[in-house]
Design a protein around this ligand. Structure first.
Ligand code: 2P0
Length: 313
């Protein structure tokens, strides 16, 4: 019998960059994200004679996937599995394919092996595989914070249906993984201690902004968190500069739109794509403006989506 699970990537508005040096892949900073719709990781599972992983049509030998299964097997009886996962969007280009991929994988295994884990337990296992994956277990607005470092839903997508315009400036996989980049920042950025020290206050203010559906407050907090994280990245040794000229041109275009009163703000993950979050009213204008920025290859406009699900059809 095949089990099929789906999960969507998420975008952190309050950024996760850095780890505590303890077991369990515990973040050094809390994060707040929005789960997207349309962009999807679809994962099929079958029981087999030995484990194998196929990602976007190619057999892969991914130590993070193997480690994820090993951690689950410390607690649960899980047979060898054939895992086939496909993303309908560019992998490893700052669009959080590890988030949706691991959220779908854990959800699929939970169902396939009748493990009966709660969503919180699934989120904890997803976090061990990839911090951002903890958040993709849930839909809408999601927080990942102390003390338990398990994601929790903060607000349903339908209650505040913001839109996200993704300006893709480079489709190639990023050269430095988040895990390696975080370690480098922790070891070498002079700004890293301040970044971590401020992160809880930033997160709590953003939680309030989401609860109050306060666009202006969330915009200010999200842009500040993004730029602080990139300041830490850029001040690491060797520097982690994920931006290209088109990334910066998009920021300039978004600032111009803000100056004319549009409800829009930017965020950028560990990659060169710019995500412009806006109200539905301004979606068409923001999409057209970013599509016309020099160096933008294409745009994707998406809404906010659900958490990871099993597809029974
Ligand atoms: C984000 N990031 O916007 C933030 C900021 C990266 C940039 O959540 O090391 O790739 O696997 O736990 O899951 C990175 O999360 O990191 C992240 P690992 P992961 O999405």
């Amino acid at each position: 019998m095949t089990t099929l699970a789906k999960a969507h990537p998420n975008i952190a508005l309050i950024k996760y960059w850095g780890k505590q040096h303890t077991a369990g892949n515990i973040p050094a900073t809390p994060s707040l994200s929005i789960t997207l719709d349309t962009l999807t990781s679809t994962t099929r599972l079958n029981t087999a004679a030995q484990d194998s992983f196929t990602l976007n049509g190619s057999l892969v030998d991914d130590p993070k996937i193997a480690a994820c299964l090993a951690i689950l097997r410390e607690q649960y009886e899980i047979p060898p599995l054939v895992v086939v996962s496909d993303n309908n969007f560019p992998t490893a280009a700052g669009l959080a394919s590890s988030a949706s991929g691991f959220a779908a994988l854990i959800t699929a295994i939970n169902h396939h092996c009748s493990l009966e884990m709660s969503q919180a337990q699934q989120s904890a296992f997803a976090r061990e595989a990839s911090g951002s994956a903890a958040r993709s277990i849930f839909g809408g607005y999601v927080g990942l914070s102390q003390p338990d470092w398990v994601a929790k839903p903060l607000l349903d997508a339908e209650l505040w249906p913001l839109r996200v315009v993704i300006a893709i400036t480079d489709e190639r996989p990023k050269s430095v993984s988040s895990t390696v980049g975080m370690q480098r920042s922790q070891e070498s950025s002079p700004f890293y201690p301040t970044w971590v020290a401020d992160s809880e206050a930033d997160y709590l203010q953003a939680e309030t902004a989401v609860a109050q559906q306060d666009f202006a407050a969330l915009a200010q907090l999200a842009q500040a968190s993004c730029l602080k994280m990139h300041a830490v990245m850029q001040s690491s040794q060797p520097p982690l500069i994920y931006w290209n000229p088109a990334t910066l041109a998009c920021l300039e275009r978004i600032r111009e739109m803000q100056d004319t009163g549009l409800e829009v703000f930017f965020t950028i993950a560990a990659g060169p794509q710019v995500k412009a979050v806006c109200t539905a009213e301004f979606e068409a204008e923001v999409t057209q403006a970013l599509a016309n920025v020099a160096g933008v290859r294409r745009t994707l406009t998406v809404g906010l989506g659900t958490g990871a699900t099993i597809d029974d059809t």
